[in-house]
Design a protein around this ligand. Sequence first.
Ligand SMILES: Nc1nc2c(ncn2[C@@H]2O[C@H](COP(=O)(O)OP(=O)(O)OP(=O)(O)O)[C@@H](O)[C@H]2O)c(=O)[nH]1
Length: 160
Amino acid sequence: MTGCRNYRGLTEDTARVSRQCKDEDAPLGVITCDIDLFKQFNDRYGHPAGDVCLQRVASALRGALFSAGDVLARAGGEEFVALLPRLPAKATQVVAERMRLAAVALGIPHSDSSFGVVAASVGWGVHLASADSEVEQVIAAADAALYLAKDRGRNQVVGG
Ligand SMILES: Nc1nc2c(ncn2[C@@H]2O[C@H](COP(=O)(O)OP(=O)(O)OP(=O)(O)O)[C@@H](O)[C@H]2O)c(=O)[nH]1
């Protein structure tokens, strides 16, 4: 529906790009992004409108990426994961902020949100080629950062 990779595609892409980055001794940027108050959006505007919203947000998030090798997957529900081969921390943070802005710039009305429009919370992290840990641990850390962004009021980026 969103034209994104699904969860299984994400698992395959994660293995592929993390191997590629390790071989190149390059970092791998990871971003997680979740639409804010999407249950309320569905409840107020209806599930079909929710589907259209998801498609538009997915396309905006894809537009915020700039390299052909970047991966955007729908990790389930209204959550997306981006994998950014060769991106160090600072650049990953910049893309994370661009993704947040791209979602909010759509200006999709959401009267149950304090922002008045559909927004998204974003978490990020970087997997270093030298790390002993697996990239899945960085995805989990980015997810934890995303929930911190939700806790802090949504429509913001948290990571590091
Ligand atoms: N329309 C539509 N809704 C979906 C789809 N997949 C998941 N959802 C809905 O997404 C909503 C997610 O709700 P929650 O996980 O409670 O999160 P939330 O309302 O976004 O709240 P926060 O994440 O805390 O900001 C649920 O109501 C799901 O039914 C889909 O493909 N289409």
